[in-house]
Design a protein around this ligand. Structure first.
Ligand code: FDA
Length: 503
């Protein structure tokens, strides 16, 4: 066993982690990032880094032998999933009984696999979920800072009206309009200019080649194109990949000692080592960071952690559904994998819903309008530690998911009534029209002001911080990565000033 030491360690390389590492590096603090996934920068035999969605191979999923795409079937036939070799692929699906959580694995975390929708929450809702955070500061300083560093861009509305890539979105807008609903453009970190050139046939296709959840070979400004190279460019940040943190110990001298596993390409543990640090930042995502602290508390490694560790987890009210279109209402065979429009019914007093108009990027006309809706579900799950498997177990029941379905049904019953359409019942494995047994937006577990102070400092342990989606209490009302990024910017600025730069 060897023990290395780094003044600061950041666990993970997703949004919270990348922000934190950049700002630590700029402040001159040597920082080591530890990421269990791999670095995605080397083309395989087919010339591509990622495998795409229509013919997924071992690069698609984290240590699985069959892909597990969110759309289970079409006409009840499992046409979507494929057998694959076990490999340290880019998308993981973590199953917890009635809830499965999708997460990205690799340098860039969720940014490698997500839909690039870069949405700032409604201010009144942000104030409702995080009342102790100064909203003037967030909307004046940190949301703009995050948006600029993430490379958020907006679609050209004129091009949108005539392009082939978003015919599906224009159709859904028409249907929403008939029901008296309004739609709004969704900012993105996918380069809309690149997309336009894809449609013109000038560049290799990515969003137009159905690439999303197993990685984009082009066009997307994922964190490995934005925050992370900037962090490495400070000369103070290094990233160690295929390195999974398993345990956190507090030393008598106040430093932290991590136990880490080094993995090979197929996930075997090839070595176990230890890393010491003075300032430890958890950016392993809602599931990852929560599990690390829960394990530390329950095994007695960090006994002073409070009872809020593992509480207040939510799905951001995620639910997916499809509507069956009339034969004359075609969506087009070329569909951008990157959504650009949403139905904004968040101010509905009874059932707030923000519904992304999602592509069905199969390359053929399927007469389906697909949606990923975000609803305001007040239910929260919690985690317990399971000693037998040394892991965190999420407690979330099908009943807790019901408010999500009720809200989506209220909205889309309206859309169907206005258009004489019905739901699709063949998309999710059985005949259910609403799929809410998975989430793309896990949030909470180590909530700001509860498990931590108001800047992410873990209660009970100095120099230990949470930086990621686990700080947010289960809901943001929109896709969450802009909120996670902005909150991380806010917190690290304060922590640097008060905890690290102090003489
Ligand atoms: P994030 O999950 O990004 O990163 C955590 C990292 O830590 C991962 O790289 C993981 O491998 C690593 N890690 C975990 N445990 C570890 C350990 N023990 N040791 C070492 N490393 C460890 N959001 C949005 O705003 N717009 C969108 O369009 C979408 N679309 C979307 C699609 C899909 C398919 C998914 C899965 C998700 C989205 N999201 C999204 C959600 C968004 O990607 C998500 O909210 C953020 O990535 C969460 O950022 P975090 O910083 O919390 O961690």
């Amino acid at each position: 066993r060897r023990t290395d030491f780094s003044p600061a360690v950041v666990i993970g390389t997703g949004y919270g982690a990348a922000v934190t590492a950049l700002r630590l590096g700029e402040a001159g603090i040597p920082t080591l990032m530890l990421e269990m996934g791999r670095l995605w920068d080397t083309p395989a035999g087919d010339g591509n880094v990622f495998s795409g969605m229509l013919r997924p191979d071992r690069r698609s999923m984290w240590l699985k032998t069959r892909t597990e795409a969110p759309l289970a079937s079409f006409l009840w036939i499992d046409v979507v999933n494929r057998d694959i070799e076990r490999y340290t692929g880019v998308l993981d699906r973590v199953d917890h009984g009635d809830m499965s959580v999708y997460v990205g694995r690799g340098v860039g975390g969720g940014s490698l696999v997500n839909g690039a929708m870069a949405v700032t929450p409604k201010r009144h809702y942000f104030e409702e979920i995080l009342p102790s955070v100064d909203a003037d500061e967030m909307y004046g300083t940190y949301f703009p800072r995050a948006g600029a560093a993430l490379g958020v861009n907006h679609i050209d509305p004129e091009w949108f009206e005539t392009c082939r890539s978003y015919k599906y979105a224009r159709l859904s807008r028409k249907h929403a309009g008939k029901a008296g609903l309004t739609t709004t453009f969704v900012p993105s970190v996918y380069d809309f200019d690149y997309l336009r050139r894809e449609e013109a046939g000038d560049v290799p296709r990515s969003a137009l080649a159905s690439e999303v959840i197993y990685g984009n070979n082009h066009g997307k400004r994922s964190l490995d194109k934005t925050y992370l190279p900037a962090a490495l460019g400070t000369g103070n940040v290094t990233i160690r990949t295929l390195t999974e943190v398993r345990a956190i110990h507090h030393q008598p001298d106040g430093t932290y000692r991590l136990t880490v596993r080094e993995l090979d390409d197929v996930g075997n543990v090839v070595a176990t080592s230890e890393i010491g640090t003075r300032h430890l930042f958890l950016g392993a995502g809602s599931l990852g960071s929560t599990e690390l602290l829960l394990r530390a508390r329950e095994t007695g490694a960090l006994p002073e952690l409070n009872d809020e560790v593992g509480q207040c987890w939510g799905t951001n009210g995620n639910v997916m559904l499809g509507r069956a279109n009339h034969v004359w209402d075609t969506t087009g065979t070329v569909q951008s994998g990157m959504p650009a429009l949403g139905i904004d019914a968040w101010d509905d007093p009874e059932h707030p819903v923000f519904a992304e108009i999602a592509p069905m990027p199969a390359g053929l006309e399927l007469w389906v309008s697909l949606y990923l809706a975000i609803t305001k579900n007040p239910e929260r799950g919690h985690f317990t530690y399971d000693a037998a498997t040394d892991s965190a177990r999420l407690h979330w029941t099908a009943e807790q998911g019901q408010p999500t379905i009720d809200a989506a049904k209220a909205l889309f019953d309206r859309v169907n009534r206005a258009n004489g359409t019905i739901y699709r019942h063949d998309l999710f494995g059985d005949t259910r029209p609403f799929e809410n047994r998975f989430t793309y937006h896990p949030l909470g577990g180590l909530v700001l002001g509860k498990a931590t102070d108001l800047y992410g400092r873990v209660r009970g342990y100095p120099n230990l911080y949470v930086t990621d989606g686990s700080l947010i209490p289960g809901s943001t009302g929109v896709n969450p990565f802009v909120t996670i990024t902005a909150l991380a910017e806010r917190n690290i600025e304060r922590v640097l000033a008060e905890d690290l730069r102090r003489p």
